[in-house]
Design a protein around this ligand. Structure first.
Ligand SMILES: [Zn+2]
Ligand SMILES: [Zn+2]
Ligand SMILES: [Zn+2]
Length: 148
């Protein structure tokens, strides 16, 4: 069993101070995109999902604006882009600690686990092959608890 991911994350509710702190302008689009990502909780949104959510408040927004803004937020280290092998990259706010992804190949559910869940893996790899596991986030495929 993986250990459930139930704690809260300190993701800032508003983008304005983050953007200003990086010398970036605070625009309505940027604010709405940040809100869509933060409001999604532990969900994983594709760029198309973000466009759909932002359009609820700003129907005129163009997909290319959203894509460019997502790129900018990734570049500024505020948002992560992950390829879960599900066909399109997903976006989420960067949290203070690393999250590895567990992807269910049957139902598509995506769960987070923290580093401690993989602590054994890192030491096994080191013992078996001398390989030093890096600091990247990992995506692991398998079956979730409901599908196993
Ligand atoms: Zn966490
Ligand atoms: Zn499943
Ligand atoms: Zn995630």
């Amino acid at each position: 069993m993986t250990h459930p991911h139930e704690h809260r994350h300190d993701v800032p509710a508003t983008a304005a101070p983050l953007l200003r702190g990086r010398g970036r302008r605070v625009t309505r689009q940027r604010t709405l995109i940040w809100n869509a990502l933060v409001g999604s909780g532990d969900e994983h949104l594709s760029a198309a999902d973000v466009v759909a959510r932002v359009r609820v408040d700003l129907p005129s927004v163009s997909p290319s604006t959203v894509y460019r803004t997502l790129d900018l937020l990734v570049e500024e280290g505020l948002v992560s882009r992950t390829d879960l092998g599900t066909g399109s990259a997903v976006y989420e706010p960067v949290r203070r600690h690393r999250h590895h992804h567990l992807v269910c190949d049957r139902c598509g559910r995506v769960e987070h686990v923290h580093d401690d869940a993989l602590a054994g893996l890192a030491s096994h790899l080191r013992a078996q092959s001398g390989f030093e596991l890096g600091t990247a986030e990992l995506t692991l495929h398998g079956r979730c608890v409901d599908c196993a």
